[in-house]
Structures are given as structure tokens and as C-alpha cells.
Write a protein that binds this ligand. Structure first.
Ligand SMILES: *Cc1c(COP(=O)(O)O)cnc(C)c1O
Length: 394
């Protein structure tokens, strides 16, 4: 029978029945090591006991109220986010794209409220990915994601990633906001140099533009700090998060300073499902797990270990691997021509390892943050075998 699903995806012929920690199992009980984690979402692995407990408990109380009514856990999670970041205010969403929409709207609203409604220009970077809504595809600027969906929206400019001169030229007193992923995910795991984020902060301060970080993929502890930009010491005015903050439950948010966000008053924005009790319960549990002593140190250590192992892999496969990319446990390697990331990904899957593909011919890994050295060694061994198989098949 043919599928009734809109064919925007082409998944392999493989069905998982359950997950536990870093492992996924099919109905026959065959196991796969999950080093993509629902694309950086399953941050604590599958069915983490603390998350199962939080969801189960809340599921017996209240599922949904909408934002018509207060949800104490909403206030609680917002407080956790704000007490531990640059932010003063939070708006909860169900996805990353919605968090980006909110962030872009808040940035423009800020200028409008200050008497500059014409200040709408959003500066973004080549290779960016910000989601699939109209605002997000225009900010992302990927021609393939915009083709066929009508005219490009006014007020979006894109410049080369981490290019200081281009940033200096593009960011001016007419710029509403600059939006950047501190570590690009989809675009090929490129990490912005800390000095570049500092420069953006400086240029935004000088011009009054709003600095937005898209930490949907690189946040939630993935680089060994709760938010990736903490490594650079350059805070944004607004930040979008999602993916890993829900540990597998749909949850996103945009966080903002009081100064920028305070103009989003009653009637300016909304969401039916955003901040629902189930998402809040899980979000708090995720935060608490990641805040435990030693958690981030573990991520950093595992990230370094994986990077080291990949450097070894690169030495063995000089003909195939161009460079090792990413930060912490958002990591991978770029393949040389004629090797193809999707081919290597498929060969790895046949050998029991799930990894992903990113732009620029990159093999992407975003495993649960709870992996051990043993998991990492196993993943590298499978990638080694997969690269040998890929070479044979060339
Ligand atoms: C995944 C992602 C998005 C979009 O999030 P969705 O939850 O798919 O809407 C936006 N920005 C970045 C950096 C992402 O990785």
C-alpha cells in the first residue's frame, strides 16, 4: 500500500519499537546505537527514568489549560532559565521554528515600540538553519527551502558565516536584528569563533541592533555548557531554544532581556499549546538532570573523547575525511569527494549505528549527553568499518 503521508521525508525501511538510554530496538530485539538522538533532541537518552516519572505524574493531573490560565510550572521553568542565563523573560513554544518566529517578532517589535517601525532588517548567515516557517526560511536563506513558496520576504539580508568584514559592513543603524547559531547544525557543524560572537555583540551594542542566538541545536548542554554561547562570553538579547530542552517532549522557548522583550504585551503574541503542563513538567526534569554536579563536565569530557577518536579516524581515512567539526557532543566530520555523507550514514545504520547528515557533506553526531566512552568507541568502530565499506563501493 502506498503511504498517505506527505512525502517530505524518505525514511529507511526500519521501525523501532522502543528505546532505552543510548539504544533503540526493533520488534525483533535488534539494537542500534543512537548517535543522532532524534537530531539532538533525546538529550538524556530514551526513556530516562526521571523524565518518564515527570511525564507520568503530570499526565494524571492536568494535560492542558492553554495560556488562559496560570500554570505554576511555567513560572518555575522560566525562573530556572532566567536565573541561569542572560535572560529576564521567557515565552514557551512547542518547537524551534516557533521560538525563532517569536524571537524575530520580538526584535522588530522592540524597534517599533521605540518609534522605529521601519527598522526591520534581519541579518543572518550563510549555511544557517532556523526552521521551516516563512520567517524562518527567509532567515535561513537556503534557496532549496524557499523555492516554490512565493516571493522572498522583505527585510532579510544574508552574509558569509563568521566573516568579520562582512559583519561590519552589514550591521548598521538600520539593522533590526542579527541572528546566528553559535554552532551551526544543519549547515555543517561549523562553530563560530568566540571572537566573532564578541564582535557581533559589539556591533549590536554600537548600532542598537538586537542580537539573537539560535541555540535550538547547540544549546541544552550539548557543548558542555547549558548554552553554547557561554563559552564565548558574549550574551545575546534574545535566544531561541528547543530540541534538547524537552528531552524528547516537544518544547521550545525564546528567552529575552527585559529591555528587548517587555514590549511583547497582552495581544502581541500567543500560543495555544506553548507552555502546557506536560511540557513544563518534562522541561523542569530535563533542567534538573542537566544541573546535577558533574553533568556538564561529563559532556565536555565525552565531546573531547569523541573528537580525539575522530582525529584517529581521520588519520586512518585520510582519503575520506577532510576535517573534524563541531563542539562538544554536536560533532562529526566532513567527507572528501567522492565520499557522500548519506552513503556513510546508511552503511553505519546497516552496522548498528545511527548518525545523521548535515550540509557541506558532513556526517553528524548528536548523541544523548549520557554516552560513555564505551558507546563512543563502539560508534567510532562502526564508522571505521563503514568508511572501509564506502571506499570499496566507490
Ligand atoms: C531544528 C532547528 C530549528 C527548527 O526547529 P524545529 O523544532 O524543527 O521547528 C531551528 N534552528 C536550528 C538551529 C535547528 O537545529
Amino acid at each position: 500500500m502506498s503511504s498517505h503521508l506527505i512525502p517530505t521525508y524518505a525514511p529507511p525501511n526500519l521501525v523501532f519499537e522502543r528505546g532505552e538510554g543510548v539504544w533503540l530496538y526493533d520488534a525483533k530485539g535488534d539494537a542500534w546505537l543512537d548517535f543522532i538522538g532524534g537530531i539532538a533532541v533525546d538529550s538524556l537518552g530514551h526513556c530516562h527514568p526521571a523524565l518518564v516519572e515527570a511525564l507520568e505524574q503530570q499526565s494524571k493531573k492536568i494535560w492542558h489549560l492553554s495560556n488562559m490560565f496560570e500554570v505554576p510550572a511555567r513560572e518555575e521553568l522560566a525562573q530556572l532559565y532566567c536565573q541561569n542565563s542572560f535572560a529576564d523573560l521567557v515565552f514557551f513554544t512547542n518547537s524551534g521554528t516557533e521560538a525563532i518566529e517569536g524571537a524575530l517578532k520580538a526584535a522588530r517589535k522592540y524597534h517599533a515600540a521605540k518609534g522605529n517601525p521601519e527598522r526591520i532588517e534581519i541579518v543572518s548567515f550563510q549555511g544557517a538553519f532556523h526552521g521551516r516557517s516563512y520567517g524562518a526560511i527567509n532567515a535561513g536563506g537556503n534557496p532549496a527551502y524557499m523555492a516554490g513558496f512565493g516571493p522572498h520576504m522583505e527585510g532579510f539580508t544574508q552574509i558569509p558565516f563568521a566573516d568579520e568584514e562582512a559583519a561590519k559592513a552589514a550591521i548598521s543603524k538600520t539593522t533590526a536584528a542579527v541572528i546566528i547559531e553559535p554552532v551551526q547544525g544543519e549547515g555543517g557543524l561549523r562553530a563560530a569563533p568566540h571572537s566573532f560572537l564578541k564582535l557581533l555583540r559589539q556591533l549590536c551594542d554600537e548600532t542598537g541592533a538586537v542580537l539573537i542566538y539560535d541555540e535550538i541545536q547547540c544549546g541544552a548542554g550539548r557543548t558542555g555548557k547549558m548554552f553554547a554561547h557561554e563559552w564565548a562570553g558574549a550574551a545575546p538579547d534574545i535566544m531561541a531554544v528547543a530540541k534538547g530542552v524537552g528531552g524528547g517532549f516537544p518544547l521550545g522557548a525564546w528567552l529575552t532581556t527585559q529591555k528587548v522583550g517587555e514590549h511583547m504585551v497582552v495581544g502581541t503574541h500567543g500560543s495555544t499549546f506553548g507552555g502546557n503542563p506536560l511540557a513544563m513538567a518534562v522541561g523542569i526534569a530535563v533542567w534538573n538532570e542537566m544541573s546535577k554536579p558533574g553533568f556538564m563536565e561529563h559532556v565536555t569530557k565525552m565531546g573531547q573523547f569523541l573528537k580525539q577518536q575522530m582525529a584517529g579516524l581521520k588519520d586512518t581515512h585520510k582519503d575520506a575525511i577532510e576535517d573534524v567539526r563541531g563542539s562538544g557532543l554536536l560533532t562529526g566530520f566532513k567527507l572528501k569527494d567522492p565520499y557522500q555523507n548519506r552513503v556513510v550514514m546508511g552503511l553505519a545504520r546497516e552496522r548498528g549505528l545511527l548518525c545523521g547528515a548535515a550540509g557541506d557533506n558532513v556526517v553528524r553526531m548528536a548523541p544523548p549527553l549520557i554516552i560513555t566512552e564505551e558507546h563512543a568507541r563502539k560508534a567510532i568502530a562502526v564508522l571505521d568499518a563503514s568508511l572501509i565499506a564506502a571506499k570499496e563501493a566507490l
